[in-house]
Unconditional design. Structure first.
Length: 38
């Protein structure tokens, strides 16, 4: 999963930040990144 803005990578959680975490925690991280960069 990665978030790009104007063709530039602005957020990509590393594998160890995804594995073993509940979906809600991953979704919150992605929403925070989206709100920060978009």
């Amino acid at each position: 999963m990665a978030l790009f803005k104007n063709g530039e990578l602005v957020h990509m959680p590393e594998r160890h930040h995804i594995e073993g975490r509940p979906a809600e925690m991953i979704a919150e991280n992605l929403m925070d990144a989206y709100n920060e960069h978009c």
